[in-house]
Design a protein around this ligand. Sequence first.
Ligand code: FAD
Ligand code: SF4
Length: 513
Amino acid sequence: YHTLRVVLGDQLNAAHKWFRKPEAGVLHLIAELHPEATYVKHHIQKLCAFFLAMENFAKALQDAGHHVQYLTLDDTQGQTLESLVLGMAKAYQVSRIQLQRPDEYRVMMDYQAIASNASVPVSLTDTEHFMLPFEEIPRHFKAKTTIRMEHFYRKMRQRFNILMEEDHSPVGGNWNYDNANRQALKQKDLAHIPEPLLFSHDVTHIVQRIEQHQIPYIGKAQTQLLWPVSRHDSLTLLQYFCDHLLPNFGRFQDAMTDQTPHGWSLYHSRLSFALNSKMLHPSHVIKAAVLSYRYRKDIDIAQVEGFVRQILGWREYVRGMYWINMPDYHEQNALNAERDLPEYFWTGDTKMNCLANAIGQSLDYGYAHHIQRLMVTGNFCMLTGIHPDQVDEWYLGIYVDAIEWVELPNTRSMSQFADGGWVASKPYAASGSYIQKMSDYCSSCHYNVKEKVGEQACPLNSLYWRFMIQHRDKLLKNPRIGMIYGNWDKQDKAQQDAVLERAEWCLDNIEAL
Ligand code: FAD
Ligand code: SF4
């Protein structure tokens, strides 16, 4: 071989120019690596999904005539990415190494080390995945600076001509249908929630390998994997989403329920793993959704715009924020949060029903939808002041779609406000009343959502006020929050003291909540 190309586990893009036609003398390396399996404790389904998707990708390339070396954990024991790539380059005496741009800072550092230590030229090419070219990130984003998603999103809509009229106005007249996208599920809606499309891939051999190599993991090892692990699966899931879930996607985007077996997935696409592993291209997903909207009468603009916003807006935006702020992002802790993550984040064993549901399904499936991540687990961690390093570690490990470029800005910035406001214009802090409005969790909870004080009082109610008072100096100036203090100041001192006392009790007894 004259060329060694490295394909990472999240670079499974079959449409990449590398794979247009087989080339003699070019070897593609796809490898399960111990450091990648252990840099954080991953969910077992996440490990299985990546390894099986990598195996399938390697096989598809081989079937198409490409030269591929697939290495399992058995083959790469003791190797780092750098030692493996340099060792392979030497063993095959290649005259060049080719890499695709990694999405994570950690891997970028590995690649820089490879480039410095290789005895042959090393080149970096684009992954051809994101809509915004990497080089343009500095044009849209500025380090340690507030950049609003909405502004960026509108530019992307115009640039890629998505849901735009000929006169350059947004389809439907509005850029944003957030107000139509905040419905809770009513009893009558529950019976109509479609079953999620689940795959059942046999991962026995992967689970065995993971256990044999004593890779620590989160969740219960199952031999059947429900996540998409090939381009074919990914396209099937996308089609299922457009046919059955998109018609109600926006409407119930923020809703939560424990009253149906499908409550864990609702109308969400669960395409994040297929997207983040690059089996699906974002523009393909967007086109499929927009086409469904154009040809079907049961999909209105609020549904499709809500979906497009997540992918063309949020997903591209958080990637820009990640790269412009790395590596300093890791150091941000604007609210000086120092507490340890309670044990029930690893078991789901808490009396708080909202948390028990969001954590429980994360442990079961490696998945929770956005509002559960942001407003249930995220909100709880922010109100109780859990150290953002521990919050990040949990989110980075537990979700099947968790890769640092997308996890970190969502967790540290959006959910914990640890950046002091680069991403969110205010902390996403909420008392129990938000959960009550958007879910049915409270009706079967040990705690009473209407109470602020007393043993039965929903912990979030007092914790919310403690958080607001603790950070009053920072938040008072914020026009979206300042007025909330009026409500607090109107209460008499005894009531205020009782609420703060209950909050202190909750914090002192956080493991028992
Ligand atoms: P859907 O609700 O169907 O949305 C469609 C797609 O839009 C998703 O697949 C995803 O690609 C994209 N999307 C939606 N919201 C966001 C967002 N805020 N940022 C980036 N992309 C978005 N997403 C990840 O992919 N990986 C993560 O590690 C991750 N960590 C998160 C941590 C926290 C604290 C929060 C609040 C959000 C996080 N998200 C993460 C964003 C979002 O919650 C998930 O993308 C979404 O829940 C995945 O499920 P889905 O595919 O069913 O999404
Ligand atoms: Fe969560 Fe409070 Fe509702 Fe219980 S009462 S489910 S703790 S919000």
